[in-house]
Design a protein around this ligand. Sequence first.
Ligand SMILES: [Zn+2]
Length: 448
Amino acid sequence: MTNSIPEWTPGGGLNFELLSTSHHARRGRFVTAHGVVETPAFMPVGTQATVKCVLPEQVAATGAQVVLANTYHLGILDRTQIVERLGGLHSMMRWDQTILTDSGGFQVFSLPERQITEEGVSFRFRSSKRGGDEPVTLSPESAMDIQRRLGADIVMAFDECVDHRAPRKYMSASLDRTMRWLKRCAECPLQEHQHLFGIIQGGMELDLRSKAVEQVTSFRLPGYAIGGVSVGEGHDAMVRVVRHTAPRMPANQVRYLMGVGLPEDLVAAVECGMDIFDCIIPTRYAREGTVFTWDGKMRLQDKKFRKDRYPIDTQCQCVSCAGGFSRAYLRHLLFADEPLYGTLATLHNLHFYQDLMRSMRQAIESDRFAAFATSFRDRYKSAITQATWTKIRTSAVSWASSQSGTEMDADRADQNESPQIQHHVTSRSLRACDGRYSSRGQNWGFIG
Ligand SMILES: [Zn+2]
């Protein structure tokens, strides 16, 4: 392991360094004009140039070093001009670290009534606010032009993301067209600080994936992505494609798995040798009431949380958990449709995802990734079982004891009726609020 941080130099590429490996899993680092990215890395999604519900500094505080924004959403109407007028994506969204933009391909291919030709993809953009709809054509040239003007550090080639159930004949023809589109993308001008990644398609057909790797890597780009997974094919099929494709990708370039995924998908993909990931899951699931823990997913809608005074995860250091916000309060905010719910739940999930990536990086550094993956799978369940639930409760008891300095009665803690915890959280929250508002000489009380 080297600790010297590389610097980005114009024309110097991403300077990807492979720092260590643990079987196929890779611990690496690359640098853009906006900073270093330690890999394996997870990119929170900021579709419309914002990670929903949270401030850029809060995203950065979770450990994220790169975020993703969507070309489709920022390329329609007059949005690209607005971004340009505001000095580009970094300046506009007040995020000074690395940004990656997708090419818009994934979104347009999911639209109904789209028309695919050699030129590109035509569709109608319907806007209820504008009272009409307008025809839009996205081509390799226009997708690259939008991305150049948005100014992200990493930009993605325009490709066709094919339905994984498409017939082989269509898949093969689409792959050939995507290669012709990549050639056109590679000829488009970019800003000096921007780097183009090519996308490997081929659906579930492994020989087409091999062919795509060969063709895409012949362009000698600074990074390559696997696209067309996480589109409904399921975990096992996704892993089968990634396990086949990743080792065929260049070892000295960044490997990006697009649109993945759930925690178990990330562990499996890192195990296959992938480096960077993006997905809407942590943020969208949070807003819809599902939060992640090392024991599995927790649905805050569940009635059992109605009186639960513990934070989502007593071991978690996020703003929500360390701040003492209880599951019952979060559930209340969720049902009351309060915006603070989205902020707290999103910050917890983003923190969990970054914690997972940090743990994977450490496991690779000490060459024990296989053991890490096994223990993760043993513990993490897609739905928390009753046995695990009892275990979590026990750890919650020790959390409460350590917080309040008093011994807790396990049975009472199980009933969620501990006066000590209530006192602790309430008094701490009051102190926090008193401190915040007394400095302004105002007393706002607890009026929402
Ligand atoms: Zn948390």
